[in-house]
Design a protein around this ligand. Structure first.
Ligand code: PLP
Length: 282
């Protein structure tokens, strides 16, 4: 398995992270995951734009241009030969003696890796998945794609232990998002999802669905919080994410959504999203 450290090719088994990297000691950094289809990055400008925003919000200096980052993605794809997969990228605040406040001088560290796609989703895209609702115990800057994922990890593990695909997080009675996905429902022909506030990550897949796919299908959209009961009473529900794509949800906390089968609008969205990928990558 291949990786890049500050643009230099490494084998993933190499020891490349110094003890005092702030990513390692504090989770002081940000990341992105970009999907590879047919040997091409999908929606890379959206991911890099969000990366720059995350860096700005954390006051980590930007030391790579978009062209450089796109070039590193291309090198990883070229060298690995992976055609279907995902590239992981992270930037930390670099190496400094361990103190909470920012060091006076540091150079951010970029590490990247590429892996083949997981094929386990295929059947679930067809049949839909179950989700469990859990208290959203994360901090109040979920809009930053930071390395601090403990709330997400604990939620996903709880979902796994209860045989669910995803943990859907609930704050103050309202569904925010999944532990690694955004949550949507369909009611009376309208697409609903939580607004892009500090309480959720503004997913690239979510953006593409709201700005490209839904308008193309003539599907009206409302960005407004809703309760678990409202979601359980929806006509359809689904999750969105870079690797999750459009994943139908057929059961919420053991209760079937509608008749417990994948709905027609979810199917349309899946097909239209697939078209978008085909237009860009094939
Ligand atoms: N919400 C959270 C908490 C995530 O971790 C992710 C992605 O992994 C998403 C939403 C979906 O974002 P994207 O569509 O950019 O993958």
């Amino acid at each position: 398995p291949l990786g890049l450290v500050d643009g230099r090719l490494v084998d993933l088994t190499e020891n490349v992270v110094p003890m005092e990297d702030r990513g390692h000691q504090f989770g002081d950094g940000v990341y992105e995951v970009t999907k590879i289809y047919n040997g091409q990055c999908f929606a890379l400008p959206y991911h890099m734009e969000r990366l720059y925003r995350s860096l700005r919000e954390l006051k980590i200096p930007v030391t790579y241009t978009y062209e450089e980052l796109a070039g590193f993605h291309a090198v990883l794809l070229q060298e690995s030969g992976i055609k279907e997969g995902a590239v992981y990228l992270q930037i930390t605040r670099g190496v400094a003696p361990r103190t909470h406040s920012f060091p006076a001088t540091t150079v951010p560290r970029l590490t990247m890796s590429v892996r083949p796609a997981d094929t386990a989703n295929r059947q679930m895209w067809q049949d839909g998945v179950k989700v469990i609702c859990l208290p959203d115990e994360r901090w109040l800057r979920c809009d930053i794609k930071s390395l601090n994922l403990l709330g997400n990890i604990l939620g996903k593990q709880r979902a796994k232990e209860t045989n669910c695909f995803e943990g859907v997080l609930v704050r103050d009675g309202m569904i925010t998002e999944g532990t690694s996905s955004n949550f949507f429902l369909v009611r009376d022909g309208v697409l609903w999802t939580h607004p892009a506030t500090n309480l959720i990550l503004k997913g690239v897949t979510r953006t593409l669905l709201l700005e490209k796919v839904a308008p193309d299908l003539g599907l009206p959209v409302i960005e407004k919080p809703f309760t678990v009961e409202f979601a359980q009473g929806a006509d359809e529900a689904f999750l969105s994410g870079t690797t999750t794509e459009v994943m139908p949800v057929v059961k919420i906390d053991g209760k079937a959504v509608n008749d417990g089968t994948v709905g027609p609008i979810t199917r349309q969205l899946q097909a239209a999203y697939k078209n978008l990928i085909e237009r860009e990558c094939f």
